[in-house]
Design a protein around this ligand. Structure first.
Ligand SMILES: [Mn+2]
Length: 430
């Protein structure tokens, strides 16, 4: 039995007070779904098997380029971060893996593995960082990394990615995610074609060192930190990269990395169709790469993304095996609470998408019944699937109401006493 950061008796006590109502709600929903020809147990089983990784950098308080307001009990190092991730998994049972960021989380890999195993946690994709300079680094990334005009800088950036793979091998990770901030702030500053050519050459060097059972995810982002042009700016460029590199390479879609109003669910569909959807960084946004909590601004869009994913799952789309990860910055909330609710929002979108009557939808599409087609999606979206999510958590030892159980545990107060407030720290908004 894995260790827990929160006393199990606290969770059991909170659950006991909620169980009778949950059973009623679950039964009522089961009856409603049965009338639609859906077995609630099938949905419960799929939701229980669904997992989303927590980014190590998400458990610290984020910030903006204006300021950062640290909260109490912030993690001082990766080992504190793993403890916070363990709390999220203990209460939600939806986040069994942690995604590390090198060098922020650099430590003896065997110690890292031990620290995570203690709580039954595993490791998701490794994330490299060539968008900021580290102390004592030979060459600066001020003017780029994998695309830099100077081969020595590019080599250093490639070497760093290879180091991430090496660390990941010990940890049992099976993927590397590359995101670079390379680009330009002025027209004429860089040659678009030459810098993309250099990107491809560098990425090929990394890809060549990828173990056979690993995957390489490349992440596009429209702008920021570069504000005039970005080398890997959109899904089209990302697709070209994945195509150029080979079968182990695919595209990572961060929901916040597109222009406002872009039809992200359609991008997801395209990448699935051509076997290049690697996975997601879930978050939400209103204006840009806001890194707000998943499902907090536009939960319908999250549902529409999952509508595409469920469609691919049911159709057994070739090579379909997307990685799910949260990538958010928590500036005004307790990061643990935000991450728990965000993981649940992602699960909720999945559960609701499983309820879409796909046979009816296809028939409406083929008879050009636009109104009923869209209503078919709405019927699924409007179904309150909370009893399924709560039952999945309860059955696997989690909390029926994670935030209430977390607050009742006094965890934040407890760690605030042992972890002094640190100044600065990495905001980690990627
Ligand atoms: Mn991201």
């Amino acid at each position: 039995m894995a260790d827990t950061m929160i006393e199990t008796s606290i969770v059991e006590k909170d659950n006991a007070a909620r169980l009778a109502n949950l059973k009623n709600d679950y039964e009522n929903l089961g009856e409603k779904l049965a009338r639609r020809g859906i077995a609630i147990s099938d949905i419960l089983q799929k939701v229980s098997a669904f997992a989303v990784a927590v980014p190590s950098w998400g458990v610290g308080t984020g910030g903006t380029r204006f300021a950062r307001f640290p909260g109490g009990g912030e993690p001082r190092n990766i080992f504190d971060k793993i403890e916070d991730c363990a709390v999220i998994q203990q209460l939600t049972r939806a986040t069994p893996t942690v995604s590390l960021h090198i060098p922020w989380d650099k430590a003896d890999p065997r110690q890292l593995k031990q620290a995570a195993s203690r709580f039954g946690l595993g490791f998701d994709a490794m994330n490299s960082n060539t968008f900021s300079d580290q102390l004592g680094q030979a060459h600066s990334y001020k003017f780029g990394s994998l695309t830099h005009a100077d081969a020595a800088v590019r080599n250093q950036a490639v070497e760093h990615n290879l180091e991430c793979i090496e660390i990941g091998k010990t940890l049992g990770s099976k993927a590397l995610t590359i995101w670079v901030g390379d680009g330009s702030n002025f027209p004429g500053q860089v040659n678009f074609a030459k810098s993309f050519e250099r990107y491809l050459d560098s990425a090929k060097a990394i890809y060549a060192s990828l173990p056979a059972d690993w995957r390489l995810f490349t992440e596009h982002k429209m702008y920021e930190p570069a504000f005039y042009s970005t080398v890997v700016q959109d899904w089209g460029t990302n697709y070209i990269i994945a195509k150029e590199l080979g079968d182990k390479a695919s595209c990572l879609v961060d929901l916040g990395h597109h222009a406002p109003n872009v039809n992200i669910e359609m991008i997801v569909s395209r990448l699935i169709q051509f076997g290049k959807l690697g996975g997601f960084h879930f978050n939400d946004s209103k204006y840009g790469d806001d890194d707000l909590d998943a499902g907090s601004v536009d939960p319908y869009r999250l549902f529409l993304v999952f509508n595409e994913l469920v469609d691919a799952e049911l159709n057994k789309a070739k090579g379909f095996n997307p990685a799910h990860m949260l990538d958010q910055s928590h500036n005004v909330t307790d990061p643990i609470e935000s991450l728990m609710l965000s993981a649940i929002e992602v699960q909720r979108a999945y559960a609701a998408a499983l309820l879409v009557d796909r046979k009816a939808l296809t028939a409406y599409q083929e008879s050009n019944d636009a109104l009923m087609a869209t209503q078919t999606l709405k019927v699924a979206y409007r179904t309150d699937v909370e009893p399924i999510l709560a039952m999945a958590r309860f059955n696997s030892g989690g909390a029926i109401d994670p935030v209430t159980a977390y607050r009742a545990s006094g965890y934040r107060k407890m760690i605030s006493e042992v972890r002094p407030t640190v100044a600065g720290g990495s905001g980690g908004i990627v």
